[in-house]
Design a binder for this molecule. Sequence first.
Ligand code: FAD
Length: 620
Amino acid sequence: MTQEYDVIVVGAGHAGCEAAAAAANLGSSVLLITMNMNTIAQMSCNPAMGGVAKGQIVREVDALGGQSGIITDKTMIQFRMLNRSKGPAMWSPRAQSDRMRFAEEWRVTLEGIRNVDFWQEAVTGLLVEDGTCVGVRTQLGIEFRSKTVVLTNGTFLNGLIHIGEKNFGGGRAAERKSTGITEQLRELGFETGRMKTGTPPRVDGRTLDYSKMEEQPGDDNPSKFSYLDTPQLTKQRPCYITYTNEKVHDILRTGFEKSPMFQGRIKGLGPRYCPSVEDKINRFADKDRHQIFVEPEGWSTVEVYVNGFSSSLPEDVQYEALRQIAGFENAKMFRPGYAIEYDFFPPTQLNLTLETKPVRNLYFAGQINGTTGYEEAACQGLMAGINAHQRVRDLEPFILRRSEAYIGVLIDDLVNKGTDEPYRMFTSRAEHRILLRQDNADLRLTPLAHKLGLASDERMARVEQKRQQTADVLDYLSKKPVEPGEINGLLEELGSAPIHEKTRVVNLLRRPQLDLPDLQRALPELHEYLSQYGAEVLEQASIHVKYETYIEKEHQQAERMGQLEDLRIVGKLDYQAMPALSHEAREKLLKVQPETIGQASRISGISPADISVLMVYLGR
Ligand code: FAD
């Protein structure tokens, strides 16, 4: 207990687990302190990882040497690639997880890392000396000292749970809230805010009539998250779709006068895109039904998650309304839905490394920064863990650009724009999304992580092989000739114009009606050549051919933006002494203290004219 650690991570949710694993795998000594060791990596809400834009983040975490992708692969019960009918920038992997197995696998993973120590207790305060964090204090009064601290308290800081007119302190259902940290940090000059989120009831799958619902199976050829050799799903559990109806809505309305949200008892702002069922029927009164996804919680449990029915109405109202849904007539409820309010710290108080500006060597990651979602939390944890380690060893900070990763977009948005509602990732937030695809996260990020020492040699070798093989395939496609007689039959079948003279395979693949498997069908030699390569390489080559011009344009755009990122603002500038800046710009620049001109240009309220002033000031 007297050992001084390199990194103390507070909280073992999705952010804390990644932070601890990353720092320890890089070689730091880590102490992971969490309130309850039985809830390590608990999925507080839906048992699923990934989804639109979130799936890309999990792939990025994996490419960087994080664990969430591997653990999801080992514990999923269903996999779907969402948005397959759209362009590859939109393809988004999503897995239904076995909730208990997911948590267990995380614990096994962490216990497998020799330099992670564990301590089960609540942290109630930080040890801060001369503006630098040097450890934490626990409820028992124990002081653990460290060179850096990563706070990942999730929804626990002064958490307040609401169900109808009842409310009580808690960090999550059946777990205590955390007190002391917010209060101390406020005294140290931090700003804090309140947010809220909610979760649906869980029901007994044995009491549902699935014949009244629509089955939603997983993909026929399920893919996975990790670029490593993780297990391939051989069997899957289906989800089901059903709908609310007018009767359900009528019953829910009877609870409105006891709703903590409608009666103003909840003050924090919730996620707009993930509304409660009462919010949906109130806001979209003309809709006579809302979709419900019925999701199993694991391989061997009968518990079922009722996705789309998040509620903080009284539990009896939830129960009565549920039983009016087709297939739920005899449903028994295991746990009611609830809403929770909690403290967060506006993320404009962070540097791009996730270190706080007011206190040196203190890092924040996850829901504490105003985000929502396991994936958003996991990637911040990874980045905070890496940067805490880099600080301990006096190494360069690790920052990802917006053109390099969704993770870069997320952190850049948080630090520069802040957020007043729970922030979740969308593809639309990434201006360079055609570059930030789920299929190429390894090519983008593994070399960076390998240089850090986090991605293994094995990962790096796989990336080099993929890059080389893709180049070989592209070379072959651009040279392989095709005669009209070989291909026109297929072109007619697929409604594509015939060719009249010899061409190259690459020219045919550019046509939207044609994919590689089609061409392989018609051209035996091509088929034989390509059969030596894996699906990932062929997909990569195909995307390159089909989207080459978009990708090229986007690279040029990113390069132009990158020039602004290279213009560093060294030291603290005296923005107040620059009268040519607008009043708002002076205030914002002072607050955010951007590290580059590129970062300054993305702060809301900073105009191109303000950027010109800064450029002149920096002698550019
Ligand atoms: P958490 O997963 O909350 O983990 C925090 C960890 O810190 C826990 O292990 C806790 O024990 C520990 N801890 C806290 N305080 C202390 C302390 N003082 N000392 C020691 N340990 C401490 N996300 C969505 O994307 N969509 C949703 O619809 C959604 N709904 C949600 C509904 C509810 C009711 C809840 C609780 C969460 C919901 N989430 C939702 C959010 C999702 O669960 C979080 O975004 C994600 O879990 C955040 O990860 P985290 O690591 O930041 O924190």
